[in-house]
Design a binder for this molecule. Structure first.
Ligand code: V47
Ligand code: SF4
Length: 388
């Protein structure tokens, strides 16, 4: 009998034991079972199960990529209560607005460097429209055709397409033709209207978010999905959110990665809400791994979680840490993350993963393996300028 089977057999609570047996038999768990895991599961129990699922799916492999972000603007027509980063259009002199040339220059800074992905996401600026972003994508692709462009949240798409009076399919086709390769998971927050109304009432709703991702999947693009946890939501709102994603994934199989995002409370309209504890964070990752049975990957986004907690998640179901980032995102530092200048060299990422006794594998955005660093000497990476 394996170690994890012994743990499940020894569970005193009948419900937890039966959920554990289902998971070990690779059967899907339901809504109430997901809530029960959050409510009754000890961290050790959830961790053992999530780790088993993770190792069954990926062994010890832990992915990372070499990427950078472009945040075109922090001016935003919306006012999400958790957002520390945006400035309303009336106060745009306090924010930033990058021109197409400035953004292409940011891409040119990486000429000769082996980055594989640019992640473009920002506020919803009333003057940066579909034509503006189509031109941006075209110019980036013209300069560096092999760079994967992962860009725009469903919130940005929804606004762009409505302003251009195009259907989601028409708008998405236009951006795809301009060079869009895949879609990041932002803007999902918490789907259930009971919470969404309180934290981000004015932006795209759950059905709109899901339709945008479904359309992208139907056009052959992949995407990610996030969940903003640890604020005013209850456990069942998290499961409701995961259930909606899992249902769409059954239909399209277009999602690559699920990314739980920890709510950070600095300088926003929810600063009175305290942040979740590390135990709650790890429970969130573990239950995500157990519930999202049709999502191939579970990502801990270290700039938001902090590198130490991100490292810990590798024992709670996570198999992906995202990237080198190169200090190119402000969303999390402005909201109070301990990572004020988020950058990790390849050597740092590799050692972080090795310290957790996992196998570091560099991937591209679509999880094609680029290099396995299991047997690579860290000092070799440290002295090679390509890796820094
Ligand atoms: O949707 C904003 C979140 C998201 C706060 O797909 C906050 O690979 C915590 O989605 N506390 C945008 N979170 C970023 C995002 C993302 C990041 C990394 C990788 C990928 C991917 C996607 O940032 C927003 C929102 O949920 N966010 N403010 C805050 N105070
Ligand atoms: Fe705007 Fe995004 Fe911030 Fe909401 S989270 S206010 S949509 S930048």
């Amino acid at each position: 009998m394996t170690h994890v089977q012994q743990i499940v057999n020894a569970a005193k609570d009948k419900e937890l034991r039966s959920i554990g047996e289902k998971i070990l038999a690779r059967q899907r768990i339901g809504f109430d079972e997901g809530v029960t895991l959050f409510e009754k599961g000890s961290l050790a129990y959830l961790g053992a199960l999530a780790n088993w699922v993770r190792e069954t799916m990926h062994g010890n492999k832990t992915y990372f990529n070499r990427n950078f972000h472009i945040e075109p603007t922090n001016v935003c027509v919306f006012s999400c209560a958790f957002c520390a980063y945006s400035r309303l259009y009336a106060k745009r002199d306090e924010g930033w607005e990058l021109s197409i040339d400035q953004m292409v220059d940011m891409v040119k800074k990486y000429d000769g460097k082996p980055v594989t992905e640019v992640h473009i996401v920002g506020g919803v600026h009333p003057k940066m429209n579909l034509d503006f972003f189509s031109e941006l994508l075209q110019k980036i692709k013209a300069h560096r055709p092999g760079l994967h462009i992962k860009a725009f949240t469903a919130v940005e798409f929804d606004y762009m397409f409505r302003k251009a009076k195009l259907s989601v399919q028409e708008g998405m086709n236009k951006l795809k033709a301009a060079g869009l390769d895949s879609i990041p998971g932002g803007g999902a927050e918490i789907f259930h209207p009971e919470i969404r109304q309180q934290i981000c009432a004015d932006k795209v709703d759950a059905d709109g978010w899901l339709l945008i991702h479904k359309t992208a999947h139907q056009l052959g693009m992949h995407s990610n999905a996030t969940l903003l946890y640890g604020h005013i939501e209850k456990y069942w709102h998290r499961i409701d959110h995961m259930e909606r994603l899992r249902t769409l994934q059954d239909e399209t199989h277009g999602f690559n990665t699920f990314i739980p995002l920890k709510f950070r409370n600095k300088d926003n309209d929810m600063s009175h809400v305290s942040e979740s504890s590390v135990i709650e964070d790890m429970k969130m990752y573990a239950v995500s791994r157990l519930y999202m049975d049709n999502f191939p990957h579970l990502k801990a986004y270290w700039p938001m979680l902090g590198r130490q907690s991100a490292q810990l998640t590798l024992s709670f179901g996570v198999n992906d840490l995202d990237g080198t980032i190169d200090d190119t995102t402000k969303i999390y530092s402005m909201a109070g993350s301990e990572e004020q200048t988020p950058t990790l060299t390849t050597a740092q990422l590799v050692s972080l993963i090795k310290q957790a006794k996992r196998e570091p594998v560099e991937r591209d955005t679509l999880y094609n393996e680029i290099k396995n660093y299991l047997h690579t000497d860290i000092t070799e990476l440290e002295i090679n300028p390509v890796y820094n």
